[in-house]
Write a protein that binds this ligand. Structure first.
Ligand SMILES: *[C@@H]1O[C@H](CO)[C@@H](O)[C@H](O)[C@H]1NC(C)=O
Ligand SMILES: *[C@@H]1O[C@H](CO)[C@@H](O)[C@H](O)[C@H]1NC(C)=O
Ligand SMILES: *[C@@H]1O[C@H](CO)[C@@H](O)[C@H](O)[C@H]1NC(C)=O
Length: 251
């Protein structure tokens, strides 16, 4: 918000012994200050030789605070500046103060979380991105790499403002740890008890079938394989897998 008043000093010569200034049909005494347009302070200056002038000495903020020309004052969450140029133009400028609230209504210094991202209301009501938050609650500061669920994750705000929280490494670069302690590479298949697993992204050993020594080949999920008198059954039920054997011979 900007309001401007230009006052070219008015000069007149009066013959009366008490010299007065005239402003908008008002008579003003020497050194008297009046407020015009609810925003500017005008002062009357008279000389003994009969000349007088009025000049702008300052501004008045909407709440009534007086500000000298060339000064600024923080009033509540706003900054009011009384700007004076060489040409005698005086303007009252309003801008957000340091303690201004953020667009979402948060107070200065307040922190909040939106989805997986943490923000703080900075000075001048500017929203600052400060950190990423993992589902397990772990926090990674903006621009840093941290661990979430054992994985290296990078939290970054790009120049265009976009925020990303992504794997710092190639998902395929992670190895899987089998129950026997051995490490498996991405794409590698391995046997763990009665299950066949394949090492998937982020080191996740996914079950792709079942294993029975007497069958040899992988028994696919939801498949039955008969070998001799036995049915080998590999079953998936939601997220759990089961391996069962049924003897075909009557007891
Ligand atoms: C009156 O005095 C002031 C200040 O001394 C001067 O600037 C101004 O020119 C004078 N005016 C006249 C009409 O003498
Ligand atoms: C912002 O920058 C990032 C990184 O350079 C890029 O991946 C993303 O697509 C950009 N987003 C927009 C909306 O431009
Ligand atoms: C596998 O065999 C078991 C036992 O006979 C049976 O209950 C099940 O329905 C079979 N499953 C499939 C996929 O054929």
């Amino acid at each position: 918000m900007l309001r401007t008043l230009i006052l070219l000093s008015s000069v007149a010569i009066l013959s009366t012994w008490a010299v007065k200034c005239k402003y908008d049909n008002q008579d003003l005494d020497n050194n008297q200050i009046i407020v015009v347009q609810n925003a500017f302070r005008i002062k009357c200056l008279t000389e003994d030789n009969g000349s007088w002038k009025t000049e702008i000495v300052g501004c008045v903020a909407p709440d009534g605070t007086e500000i000298d020309a060339g000064q600024k004052k923080e009033v509540g969450d706003k900054v009011h500046e009384c700007v004076k140029t060489e040409g005698g133009q005086v303007s009252l400028k309003e801008s957000k103060g340091r303690l201004a609230a953020c667009p979402g209504g948060q107070k200065n210094g307040e922190e909040w979380q939106e989805k997986s991202f943490k923000f703080r209301c900075g000075d001048g009501g500017v929203v600052k991105f400060i950190a990423c938050v993992g589902q397990d609650g772990s926090v990674i500061n903006s621009g840093e790499t941290g661990k979430i669920g054992g994985f290296d994750v990078k939290c970054l705000q790009h120049a265009n403002g976009t925020i990303t929280m992504q794997a710092a490494n190639d998902p395929k670069s992670y190895e899987c740890k089998a129950k026997d302690g051995s490490m498996k590479k991405n794409g590698e298949e391995y046997i763990e008890g009665n299950f066949v697993r394949k090492c998937a992204d982020y080191g996740q050993g996914k079950i792709i079938g079942c294993y029975a020594e007497s069958v040899g080949n992988t028994i696919g999920v939801n498949q039955n394989v008969t070998s001799g008198d036995v049915i080998y059954s590999c079953k998936q039920d939601g997220s759990s897998y089961s391996f069962k054997t049924y003897n075909l011979k009557a007891n």
